[in-house]
Ligand binder design. Structure first.
Ligand code: AHR
Length: 339
């Protein structure tokens, strides 16, 4: 489902500018000018076993997070990892302090999904300073603070902008290009929410019959999604479609729509992202229109990347995960992929 050979457009652009950046750095060093990131070398990773690996989870409030954590538990023995796990319970500051304590314990490798792009970027630099290599999974950090390939090994994850494009393309077709849409956003400040919004909004902006009438965060949580949808339904009774940034919020929205006496999938078309078991069941029941898969199974990929990196292989700055797509045409034969 993912390839280390997959080169992102970002990487291609980066490689194009690398010779220029390299000569500027050489010139700066030659002139004795201090540069902010003169030491671009990543910390080395030991090939010893067991390797002490810190996995700092953001929260455990939905099936996606549980599947992600499980994929690390499942790979640990096979990969020769002794994993230290923490759960930040939905708090950026707890995730930062969890990682700080892993740095203090001298783990050999840090792997984590940064809850939000900006608050979790400086800790990547702290880990680098402490000589601990980092792999980011699922979500990325602010590249103006910490850069993949320079400050951490790589980002392993989906193309969230593309997920937004795919969700919007489906909705345009399902509504014949005419809809009044409520958008339920994920955690504010998370790369998953920022990019899923960007991708979806880009496609909608090109379709004059499609309007986003309200857009609000439901924090990627089912009950918050239900509450936000309840309020927005009262303010916008003319809504004909919902785009939720994850399945859990879509399932919350379905409950709110039913409670308001409307039929999800008929009166209101719904499209979402994740491909959880609950999402696939809702598609089979005709209540959810489609879900773009967002794979949470990063354990084996992180193991592979770590082993290659330890052997000295060059790792691309983005190990892109490719995702499936589910709607009524393939949901029955896709149930095995739900989690
Ligand atoms: O970052 C990925 C998103 O975070 C998943 O879509 C969601 O379910 C999770 O909480």
């Amino acid at each position: 489902m993912a390839s280390l050979n997959t080169q992102s457009r970002k990487l291609a652009r980066k490689q194009q500018i690398r010779p220029l950046a390299g000569s500027l750095l050489a010139l700066a060093i030659g002139l004795g000018v201090a540069t902010a990131h003169a030491d671009d070398a990543l910390p080395k990773l030991s090939t010893k076993t067991p390797l002490k690996v810190g996995f700092a989870q953001t929260e455990s409030n939905n099936p996606w997070r549980l599947a992600e954590t499980k994929s690390f538990k499942d790979i640990a023995a096979k990969c020769g990892w002794q994993v230290v796990m923490t759960d930040a319970n939905g708090s950026n500051s707890k995730q930062v302090s969890d990682i700080q304590s892993m740095i203090a314990q001298h783990v050999d490798l840090l792997v984590f999904p940064p809850r939000e792009e900006k608050p979790l970027a400086p800790i990547v630099l702290q880990a680098k300073k402490a000589g601990i290599p980092v792999i980011l999974v699922d979500r990325d950090v602010d590249q103006s603070v910490a850069k993949a390939g320079r400050d951490y090994i790589t980002f392993i994850g989906s193309d969230f902008i593309d997920q937004g494009h795919r969700a919007a393309d489906w909705l345009v077709k399902a509504t014949n290009g005419k809809a009044k849409i409520i958008e339920l956003e994920g955690t504010t400040g998370a790369s998953a929410a920022n990019d899923r919004k960007k991708g979806f909004d880009e496609v909608i902006a090109k379709n004059p019959g499609m309007t986003i009438i309200a857009s609000q965060s439901g924090d990627f949580a089912r009950d918050k999604g239900r509450q936000v949808m309840e309020t927005l339904l009262q303010a916008h009774p003319d809504v004909t479609a919902v785009y939720a940034h994850n399945d859990e919020m879509a399932l919350g929205a379905i409950a709110a729509i039913k409670a308001a006496g409307k039929q999800p999938g008929k009166d209101i078309q719904i499209v979402t992202i994740d491909g959880t078991k609950g999402g696939l069941d809702a598609i089979a029941a005709g209540e959810l229109g489609a879900s773009v898969q967002s794979s949470p199974f990063f354990g084996p990929l992180a193991c592979d990347v770590a082993q290659r990196f330890a052997k000295g292989e060059k790792i691309p700055t983005w190990v892109k995960v490719s995702d499936r797509f589910y709607d009524k045409s393939n949901v029955q034969q896709s149930m095995q992929y739900g989690y």
